[in-house]
Design a protein around this ligand. Structure first.
Ligand SMILES: [Zn+2]
Length: 190
């Protein structure tokens, strides 16, 4: 059950609690057990097939096929169910986005804070290091993002996702570029 919930984008904390995707949930009220889930907020419950069926708005049998396909279980000769409920599909996209946003923002913020210390000019005449400048320019905004993702309501996060969700992509691209820069140069093939 936990593997399935995680795979389809549910963010669980260390005690297996998550914000419920089946009602407008501000604090985690859905508990994922080994073989079923239960929401203390709206009472939604079921096993992993039930969860998947509800999440994608598809019948149980289609959900079973989807799990079989997504997890490579091959129980139905490769048949795959197609999500038919667009609202819940976008709900799932949001949760995937949120997980990536959390990772990218916390990584970038820790880099910005590090650069602020490492590359601080020693005196007023020294030319500013580009990474120090980047830290000056972006820390406020990234701190705001980090705060929003950690303490904002679901509604606030969804609004941000809708209007400025692409900023996270820019942060991810920046992180990828940084990672590429520090990678050792490969020897050329002769
Ligand atoms: Zn619920």
């Amino acid at each position: 059950m936990q593997d399935v919930a995680k795979f389809y984008g549910l963010q669980m904390n260390h005690s297996g609690m998550a914000c419920c995707p089946f009602h407008d949930d501000r604090t985690p009220s859905l508990k994922v057990y080994d073989d079923h889930f239960y929401c203390f907020g709206c009472g939604a419950t079921g096993d992993c097939t039930g969860f998947t069926a509800k999440l994608f708005g598809i019948p149980q049998i289609e959900a079973a096929k989807k799990i079989s396909y997504d997890f490579g279980l091959d129980l139905f000769n490769g048949e795959i169910a197609v999500p038919v409920n667009p609202r819940l599909k976008s709900e799932n996209d949001f949760h995937v986005w949120l997980r990536n946003a959390n990772l990218a923002v916390s990584e970038y913020l820790s880099k910005l804070n590090e650069w602020r210390k490492i590359y601080a000019p020693k005196n007023q005449w020294e030319q500013l290091h580009p990474l120090f400048v980047e830290s000056l320019k972006r820390t406020d905004y990234v701190e705001y993002l980090s705060d929003l993702l950690a303490h904002g309501s679901d509604k606030e996060k969804k609004l941000y996702y809708k209007e400025n969700g692409n900023d996270i992509k820019k942060i991810q691209e920046r992180l990828e570029k940084l990672a590429a820069e520090v990678r050792p140069v490969k020897r050329k093939a002769i």
